[in-house]
Design a protein around this ligand. Sequence first.
Ligand code: HEM
Length: 155
Amino acid sequence: MTNETVPTLYEWAGGAEALERLTEAFYTHVRKDDLVGPLFRHMDPDHPRYVAMWLAEVFGGPDRYTKERGGYSHMLSMHLGKAITEPQRRRWVNLLMDAADEVGLPDDPEFRAAFAGYIEWGTRLALHNSQPDAKPATSAPVPRWGWGVAPPYQP
Ligand code: HEM
């Protein structure tokens, strides 16, 4: 298997349409959630779509979040000062994983391990960066996430 034949996580997930289905389902649950819902009380109605664009770019899809939505700096600015707690972070993760099952994202071990790895990393970073005393770098590239040590086995 050569590297050129390994699909991106974006392609494997089902592309932009699959990620939009994921974030629509996810934020439907987030809005109603007692622990994280209040954080999202004033969110933009297009928030699910923007987060889908972000995830698409991270997982190797088109760089639309950077081109159309201000990239990393904008994403960071939306978390600053939110003081996300660990119980809120964990609830966010749990709701996203439930949404992944609900919309039928691929459930093979390789995809879910890579997906969960990014989500664990990203949510811990969001928590850190949202604390009142945080001083994160204000500009950086959008991270690009891959399969890590376990790409799909293609004999
Ligand atoms: C992998 C982890 C995460 C990713 C990829 C992510 C992604 C994003 C993005 C892209 C935005 C900006 C959307 C826009 O362009 O308007 C955003 C905003 C926001 N995020 Fe996150 N986020 C993550 C984790 C979290 C967690 C753990 C929380 C809280 C429990 C959180 C709470 C928020 C809130 C409250 C906003 C602002 C929503 C609004 O008022 O419009 N995020 N996030």
